[in-house]
Design a protein around this ligand. Sequence first.
Ligand code: ATP
Ligand code: MG
Length: 361
Amino acid sequence: GHGTTVRHRIAAVPADGVGTEVVAAGRRVLDALAERSGGAFALDWTELDWGSDHYARTGLMMPEDGLETLRGFDAIYFGAVGWPTVPDHVSLWGLRLKVCQGFDQWANVRPVTFYPGVTSPLRKADDTELDWVVVRENSEGEYAGFGGQNFGAREGTGQVAVQSAVFTETGCERIIRFAFDLARTRSRAKVSSVTKSNAQQYGMVLWDQVFAAVAADYPDVETESVLVDAMSAKFVLRPEDLSVVVASNLQADILSDLGSALAGSLGLASSANLNPEGRFPSMFEPVHGSAPDIAGQGVANPVGAIESGALMLEHLGLPEAARTLHAAVERTLADGVMTRDVGGTASTDEVVEAIVARLGG
Ligand code: ATP
Ligand code: MG
């Protein structure tokens, strides 16, 4: 017989646009997987109706006490924020970044996964050996919110706005160490550090110094330091040379969109916003945004959200369930069941049904 079922309390925050569609899709797949686990685990969902509609009703993307509400959960399953009726920086800072920063989710892990059957601009459909992961510093850097408007305008400048990046030794060290620890778990133990330290001589040079110091603790891990412009080219020209790529908040955000586009679609990319100490809940979300251009049509690619669910299962201590889920996604795409952003004709629902049908092995 089975032992006691381990129940995990999950807060679902679908938020805006296709976020609502892909979170619903992910929940269906995760629930089917839990059901098939024969009582090994269960997911207890609480859905929170935060986002741009909440903003229209209340003037806030989430309630004042939203973080307190979330604090008790084992994980947060997130959709996407952003809608044309709300300025982008209001929706982002009012919900997603509030959670990331409020819960010190300082490590953002974004795998770049190439799936069998999906044609990428880099490689033909049958070529699946590419696989790397972008580790994004998620608590400071260019997103520190440091600066202001109306900084000492002079004759002829018009308004002057300053937006500064803040790098702390502690912030750099923890994300770089995280990248090295992750590299040790992968088939190729290599960390590529990305900066623009030739041009940005304060923060990025500190990053380089911390990287060199941490690297000395990991003599078994290969390293390289690459400027962000060169790394953009490398993603396209020598991607087989990558394993773990660690970069600042803004630079890693840009590189991970590039990575997911190279893998075939932004709709495929998954991510985890981790508070590695486990003091606060971590948050799992697709890399893509709310995609207003295709929202409400039932055609959003649910794979990024579903694979984010796999990352969540891993985080909850359910690696076998995560592997089962990932394998079902791979088989579904290999069988040609995919949405139109990756050249298919399937709807979101059809992809969900195909994945659920393949959970059995
Ligand atoms: P954000 O600023 O929140 O990252 P964004 O402005 O970068 O958002 P997205 O909402 O991610 O933009 O959309 C970028 C493009 O990718 C759009 O053309 C959109 O239709 C497409 N896209 C995004 N997510 C998906 C998805 N799940 N399935 C199919 N296409 C998608
Ligand atoms: Mg984006």
